[in-house]
Design a protein around this ligand. Structure first.
Ligand SMILES: Nc1ncnc2c1ncn2[C@@H]1O[C@H](COP(=O)(O)OP(=O)(O)OP(=O)(O)O)[C@@H](O)[C@H]1O
Length: 311
């Protein structure tokens, strides 16, 4: 495999002086799916827009298939398909014409066979003569993807493909992404959802405050993120954690009535069973037990922290 996309020292300061990208380096291999994960305002859309030439970088450079996005804009842009966050379709146009038109925008000759292949790939062929306004929200999202694929790009950007869609539609989208990968397209998507990255990505990049904190193989990253907490309520408050429980990773709440145990969901043994029996041995009476997955926000805070510690 070779890097189809190379991003080097990419910085973007907006007109008001705000630095949305603070020197991003990224290599993307041909044929992989990479998910860029980050909280609101992290810079995900800015990164994609800059790579796709919608906004101009302040400094740094980007090449797609070896073509510089500034000095060789046309060649670079022709290799990229962009599926934007917002649905921006012409409501009275038919599906097939919408896709044909997108292909034409790249100055390519009309090739109905290609348009047909794309529409079939997205299960839109039987809707080809429908007007866009007659389609469901999920179908409209598919049309956006079909449009982005009409000029046969090798790299496809999906900006928050499943923001605000229901679970079924989200799974649908994941299947589409898997099909596209099989056809050899390199896919870069942005998302807020860990489970989305987990479901479809080969690698995950975490972006926060304009910095790419890490890019890592998904399995390794998920193992690191897979922390869960077990909160155990006890009937009688205690001042300190009993000696018998010293070997567990426990914290005691201020009111002395909740013991919180942090464990790794992916570990072979979570240690919950032995912890609960050790609690009973220590004479603690339990009144309630609750589990909690660390939120994305917390994971990011953790990651930002780790990054600072390492520096
Ligand atoms: N045109 C602009 N002028 C000034 N600041 C901007 C502009 N566009 C975006 N920003 C700021 O840059 C930062 C990054 O925005 P961006 O849209 O790239 O984030 P994001 O990670 O895509 O967020 P979200 O998940 O909410 O879409 C934000 O703080 C945003 O307010």
């Amino acid at each position: 495999m070779s890097a189809i996309l190379q991003v080097r020292g990419l910085r973007k300061a907006y007109a008001n002086g705000f630095e949305a990208l603070k020197g991003v380096d990224l290599d993307i291999e041909e044929g992989e799916i990479i998910a860029l994960l980050g909280p609101n305002g992290a810079g995900k859309t800015t990164l994609i827009s800059t790579i796709c030439g919608i906004t101009t970088a302040t400094s740094g450079n980007v090449t797609v298939g070896g073509h510089d996005i500034e000095t060789d804009f046309r060649a670079a842009r022709s290799m990229i398909g962009l599926v934007p966050q917002e649905i921006n379709l012409e409501p009275f146009e038919t599906v097939v014409n919408t896709v044909r038109f997108s292909r034409g925008l790249f100055g390519l000759p009309r090739k109905d066979k290609i348009v047909e292949t794309v529409l079939r790939q997205l299960s839109l062929w039987d809707k080809k003569d429908n007007q866009v306004k007659e389609l469901s929200g999920g179908m409209k999202r598919r049309v956006l993807i079909a449009k982005a694929l009409a000029h046969e790009p090798r790299v496809l950007f999906l900006d928050e493909p499943t923001a605000g869609v229901d679970v079924e539609l989200r799974k649908d989208m994941w299947d589409i992404v898997a099909t596209l990968k099989q056809s050899g397209v390199t896919i870069i998507l942005t998302t807020h959802y860990i489970e989305e990255a987990e479901a479809i990505a080969d690698r995950v990049g975490v972006i926060n405050k304009g910095e790419l904190l890490l890019v890592e193989d998904k399995t390794a990253l998920m193992a690191r993120m897979g922390k869960k907490e077990l909160a155990v309520q006890i009937t009688a408050p205690i001042d300190t954690i009993p000696e018998l429980l010293a070997s567990y990773d426990l914290t005691l709440s201020e009111n002395g009535k909740t013991l919180t145990y942090t464990y790794d969901t992916r570990a072979e043994r979570t240690g919950i069973t032995s912890l609960l029996s050790a609690m009973s041995e220590a004479g603690l009476q339990l009144s309630d037990v609750e589990t909690r997955q660390s939120s994305l926000e917390e994971i990011f805070v953790g990651l930002v922290h780790d990054g600072k510690d390492a520096a």
